[in-house]
Design a protein around this ligand. Structure first.
Ligand SMILES: [Zn+2]
Length: 384
C-alpha cells in the first residue's frame, strides 16, 4: 500500500506511518478502536493523529486534496473532534462533555474520531471516566490519545490502546521542512531547528517571529549573568516577565479573534449595550481566556526551562569535548566561557535542578518560588 499523501506532512516518522498503514490494510473495515500516539512535544503527535483520521475517512484513503481531507486539516470535519485543553489539567467537565459527543453516530463519514491532545494532563479520576468509553465505544467511534509517553497514562488505559511511538525528528529534517513548507532561509531554518531541539512548532515560531527569538536570547542572557543572590533574584524576575510576555503574545491574537467572532454572532458591536444573555456569554469567553492566559504563562516558563536545559547541555558538550552539534549556535562564545569557568559536575547539577523545577511546576507548585530557587542554584560559584 503506497503511503497516502496526507502523511507527507508528518516529519520523519516512517516507522509510525507504515505501522498505521499496515493495520489499516490488515483490518480493512474493522480498525482497532483506541490508539495512543506517544512522543515528546513537537514530534507531531496531533499531526499524525489527524493524518490517520484523514486516511480513515477520505474516500481516496487520504488524498490530501479532497473536501474531506481539507475539512480535517482546518478542523471543521463534523466527525473528527479534538479535545485540546487550555488548562494546566484537563477538567472532568471537559472530558464528560467530550465523551457525550462520542456516543453519536458519525455524521457524514464511516467513523467518529475522538482525539485527545495532552492526554497526560488528566487526573486519575478523569482517566477512569474515559476508561469506560475506551472499553466499549459505540460502533464506529475511534479514540486517539496523544501523550509524551505510555507511562503518563494509567495502566488500565495503557492496556486498551494500541501504541504508535514517534521519534524526535532530526534537526536537519525540521530545518528542511521550514525551508520547503514555509519558505524560511536555510541558515535561519537550521538555527531555529537546533534551538527548538527539533520541536516543529517551536522551530517554526522562532524562524518566523523575531520577537520570540529575541525573548529566547534574553532569557538565556539573564541566566548567564547570575553571579550572586541579588542577581539571581533579578534573573528570576526577568524570566517570569519574559514567560508572561511570550505567552501573552501567543494568545492575544487568538483572544481578539474569538471576541470579534462572538460579538458578530450576537449581532452587536464592541460599544453597544449588551443584554444579560450576551453579557453572560461574553463573560464566559473572558473567563476561559483568562484560564488560557494562566496556562500560556506556564507554557512560556516551560519553554524557557527547556531552553536553559539546552544551554547547560551545550556547556557540558564542550566540557566533555563531545562531537555533538550545539543547540545554541548563536551563543558559542558564551557557552565556551561558561564551560571553562565551571566543572562538568556543576553542569550536570544545573541540568538536574532545571529538570526538577519543570517537574514541580507541572504539579502546580508556586512558580515564583521555584524560579528563584532555581536561579540561586544556577549562580556561578566565584572562581578561585
Ligand atoms: Zn482526501
Amino acid at each position: 500500500m503506497p503511503s497516502p499523501k496526507v502523511f507527507s506532512d508528518v516529519v520523519s516518522q516512517p516507522e509510525a506511518v507504515s505501522e498505521l498503514l499496515r493495520s489499516m490494510e490488515q483490518s480493512k473495515s474493522d480498525i482497532h478502536h483506541a490508539w495512543l500516539f506517544t512522543g515528546p512535544p513537537g514530534s507531531g503527535r496531533s499531526q499524525i493523529a489527524l493524518a490517520f483520521a484523514a486516511a480513515l475517512l477520505c474516500l481516496d484513503s487520504g488524498c490530501s486534496n479532497c473536501n474531506i481531507c481539507e475539512m480535517i486539516r482546518v478542523g471543521n470535519h463534523p466527525d473528527v473532534l479534538v479535545l485540546n485543553t487550555e488548562r494546566v489539567q484537563i477538567s472532568i467537565d471537559e472530558v464528560t462533555e467530550f465523551i457525550e459527543k462520542s456516543i453519536h453516530m458519525p455524521a457524514i463519514g464511516k467513523y467518529r474520531i475522538m482525539i485527545i491532545e495532552d492526554a497526560d494532563r488528566m487526573t486519575e479520576r478523569t482517566s477512569n471516566l474515559l476508561l469506560k468509553s475506551l472499553e466499549e465505544p459505540p460502533r464506529g467511534t475511534i479514540w486517539m490519545l496523544c501523550a509524551p509517553s505510555e507511562a503518563d497514562l494509567i495502566p488500565t488505559i495503557r492496556s486498551r490502546v494500541r501504541r504508535i511511538q514517534l521519534k524526535v525528528p532530526t534537526v536537519e529534517s525540521v530545518a528542511q521542512l521550514l525551508v520547503d513548507k514555509y519558505g524560511i532561509g536555510l541558515d535561519l531554518a537550521q538555527q531555529s531547528a537546533a534551538q527548538a531541539q527539533s520541536h516543529v512548532g517551536m522551530a517554526r515560531r522562532l524562524a518566523s517571529n523575531a520577537g520570540a527569538r529575541d525573548r529566547r536570547t534574553q532569557a538565556l542572557q539573564a541566566v548567564l549573568g547570575i553571579t550572586d543572590i541579588p542577581s539571581a533574584m533579578k534573573s528570576a524576575e526577568v524570566l517570569s516577565k519574559l514567560a508572561e510576555s511570550d505567552g501573552a503574545q501567543l494568545t492575544s491574537e487568538q483572544d481578539e479573534f474569538e471576541r470579534k467572532e462572538l460579538l458578530s454572532r450576537l449581532g452587536v458591536s464592541e460599544d453597544s449595550k449588551l443584554n444579560p444573555s450576551s453579557r453572560s456569554q461574553l463573560k464566559k469567553l473572558e473567563d476561559s481566556q483568562k484560564r488560557r492566559a494562566t496556562r500560556s504563562k506556564r507554557d512560556g516558563l516551560d519553554r524557557i526551562l527547556v531552553d536553559l536545559m539546552g544551554l547547560y547541555r551545550d556547556v557540558l558538550t564542550v566540557q566533555l569535548a563531545a562531537r555533538e552539534p550545539l543547540i545554541n549556535v548563536d551563543l558559542v562564545a558564551e557557552v565556551q566561557k561558561l564551560a571553562q569557568e565551571t566543572t562538568q559536575a556543576q553542569s550536570i547539577h544545573s541540568i538536574e535542578q532545571i529538570e526538577k523545577v519543570r517537574y514541580r511546576m507541572e504539579r502546580n507548585v508556586r512558580e515564583e518560588l521555584l524560579l528563584f530557587s532555581l536561579t540561586v542554584s544556577l549562580r556561578r560559584k566565584a572562581s578561585k
